[in-house]
Design a protein around this ligand. Structure first.
Ligand code: NI
Length: 169
């Protein structure tokens, strides 16, 4: 099933999600649906709160279907180590049409559980590192716009409010 993507303004995006505790068939189905929903929305990462499910679960595929081995499921992810800094334009499926440069670590090591509940560690660089941080932020109720200047954020919020009023959000 393809879930609609929840947009900025929905409170589910700004509250910390609950840990995943049961690794059963229903979770496997949810993960499958999350990949399908992410691909349908042309994204390379999706967190469960973005489909209205407040669980610490995210999927990532920075190759967008090119490499099946690049598909990553992160349940209960934790950031273990970060290194370096760089700024790149960043967007979010829940804030469509907007992009802003965000400074983040260039290299990130995470610890997470896979779809079977098995813990693993993985280090990512550049886009993958950014995805680890962006998706983990989502699970903490934090959006990338919290990392940009207040001035830019307010401008963006004003534009979004206009779109909301026009029924285009
Ligand atoms: Ni996002």
């Amino acid at each position: 099933m393809i879930y609609p993507i929840v947009k900025y303004g929905n409170p589910v995006l700004e509250k910390p999600a609950a840990p995943v505790t049961v690794f059963d068939e229903a979770l496997k189905k949810l993960v499958e649906d999350m990949f399908a929903s992410m691909y349908a929305a042309h994204g390379v990462g999706l967190a469960a709160p973005q489909i209205g499910i407040s669980k610490r679960l995210a999927v990532i595929d920075i190759t967008f279907k090119e490499d099946p081995d690049a598909k990553l499921v992160l349940a209960n992810p934790e950031i273990l180590h970060t290194e370096g800094r760089h700024s790149q334009p960043e967007g979010c499926l829940s804030i469509p049409e907007f992009r802003e440069p965000v400074t983040r670590a260039r290299k990130v090591t995470i610890r997470a559980q896979d779809v079977n509940g098995k813990w693993f560690e993985k280090t990512g660089e550049d886009l993958l590192a950014r995805a680890f941080l962006h998706e983990t932020d989502h699970l903490n109720g934090k959006l990338y716009i919290s990392h940009i200047s207040a001035l830019k954020r307010d401008l963006m919020k004003r534009k979004i409010r206009k779109l909301m009023k026009a029924g285009e959000w």
